[in-house]
Design a protein around this ligand. Structure first.
Ligand SMILES: [Zn+2]
Length: 311
């Protein structure tokens, strides 16, 4: 099947299954993803896998495409010079970013040619709460990554794991010169369904103004928070919307009484059937793109695929 123009595909309204986690899946497969880590921060996380284990990155993409993913995210979440700098690899940022796209595109072309590759990137300073709006690193690194991902063959750009309205605007401005469709992933949605710092989706849409954003997704958040937030997002934004939750909650920490996000490899408390059920509900709320974030596996995406009709 030939691959349809992504913007046309989104306008059609037919659902797309996104892939699941990359970093936790690499960890599960024995790749060391803690280079540069400290007690306070994750370090370079999966970015160093572009040096240490590019063939495992390819295997993860292969498994998600075999599970039926329509949209894969490149392993470029933190392949920026700031995060790679923590591991002494800052000068490799552009090369690793481009390679992440080339590997995903090769896997897609071989296994599921009708699917899309989203060139992903996250704020260079990470998700630490004490860090406010990042006016310095984010525009510079996102512009570099967007160019490299386009060169590597990505079909669209996904700026993800963003908490502040101002950072979303800066991110869209940084990547839009590529001309590729732009998707936005909003992290750590609050229990009341609003953005991480309490900003509303109406405020976000107002701030974006005339900028072209092709999809907004709620991501790396508790599934129940996403269920509260999606109708609010639907009411505020006319474009495509979607969700890919964080399932990486330890059993002891799987609670909603604070805003903490917990990452683990536990898949028992939120297994493939849970994601399939939530995905079905989110599609009914107007979501068009559904997938998985931290700790989700190819089994989760296969379960999601089983309840989402093939486009
Ligand atoms: Zn996540």
């Amino acid at each position: 099947m030939a691959r349809q123009d992504l913007r046309q595909r989104l306008a059609d309204g037919r659902p797309l299954v996104m892939d699941g986690a990359m970093g936790s899946e690499l960890q599960r497969r024995g790749v060391w993803v803690s280079h540069g880590a400290t007690d306070a921060a994750l370090g370079a996380w999966s970015a160093t896998a572009m040096r240490d284990a590019p063939e495992v990155v390819r295997e993860v993409h292969d498994d998600y495409f075999r599970a039926g993913a329509d949209l894969a995210i490149t392993n470029s979440f933190w392949t920026n010079s700031v995060k790679l700098g923590l591991a002494g690899l800052g000068d490799k940022a552009e090369a690793y970013t481009r390679l992440s796209a080339e590997i995903a595109v090769e896997s897609r072309d071989r296994l599921r040619p009708q699917a899309y590759v989203a060139g992903g990137m996250a704020p260079p300073l990470g998700g630490r709460e004490e860090i406010g709006v990042d006016a310095e690193h984010l525009p510079r690194e996102f512009a570099m990554q967007a160019r490299a991902l386009k060169d590597g063959g990505a079909d669209c750009i996904l700026v993800e794991y963003i908490g502040h309205v101002a950072d979303v605007v800066a991110a869209v401005d940084a990547v839009s010169p590529t001309g590729l469709p732009v998707m936005v992933g909003l992290r750590h949605i609050r229990n009341d369904g609003t953005m991480q710092h309490g900003e509303s989706y109406a405020e976000l849409v107002d701030a974006l103004g005339d900028r072209k954003v092709d999809a907004i997704l709620l991501m790396c958040s508790h599934p129940q928070a996403i269920s509260v937030g999606l109708p609010l997002l639907r009411a505020a934004f006319d474009g495509a919307i979607g969700a890919y939750p964080n399932h990486g909650y330890g059993k002891q920490a799987h609670k909603l009484d604070d805003q903490h996000q917990w990452h683990s490899l536990d898949t028992e408390s939120y297994g493939p059937a849970h994601l399939a059920a939530d995905g079905t509900a989110w599609l009914a709320m107007g979501a068009q793109i559904v997938g998985g974030c931290c700790s989700t596996t190819p089994d989760h995406i296969a379960a999601l695929r089983s309840v989402v009709p093939e486009g």
